[in-house]
Design a binder for this molecule. Sequence first.
Ligand code: PEP
Length: 251
Amino acid sequence: MSRRPLIAGNWKMFKSRAEALAFAERLRQELAVAGAAEVAICPPYTSLDVVAGALAGSGVGVFGQNGHAATDGAHTGEIAMAMLVDAGATGVLLGHSERRADNNETDQALAAKVPAALAAGLTPVLCVGESEFERDTGTTKSVLDRQVLEGLSGVARGDFGKVVVAYEPIWAIGTGKSATPEIAQEAHGWIRAQLREICADEADDMRLLYGGSVKPENAAELLAQPDIDGALVGGASLDADSLLAIAAAAS
Ligand code: PEP
């Protein structure tokens, strides 16, 4: 079993097309220093095509930040998985906590979205994680169980190895308060154990990313944990130097 680290930069609702292009061109030139980790950028929809064009053939992934389960239809404001592919995407974030909070994204909806992403040939990154209240009241593991088991309930045997799960404790996202390596590893180890229950032969191939205030200063010790196979990076991914440093720490 060897899992190639994945460092994915979630740009959220930041960067114009011109800014995205300049960043992608810089990444393309400098990625040689980052070494063996796989890198992916998750730009807003409007910049998917420019980022994909600038990074074509570089091996850097381009991920959407959401996708709809339906192939097309009357869903104003939504985007189909095939449309992400058409714009140059190779993967998609699903169930980010900001979408669960702002757009009422449910585990049931995600159960349909993950296989839809796989059917379109995208790498799905299912985001899970507990709130501060859930951690304080001792329900972290049951929250993770529900999100992982329901979110992956539509995945067919043989496809689990293509799915990435990102553990992002909500209390650590955008707060500057990262989980300690021990807390993050405990959650990742728990998720891996649950995955072994549902897909024993594929669980050790699945990459589990940690997300929540990852920065160059704390990346190496988080990424050194046995069940942490990369990072989903928000704020620090908006700066090319920071993202490159985190990718280097993963290599
Ligand atoms: C995120 O948005 O997925 C995230 C982890 O953000 P940040 O790194 O800023 O905490």
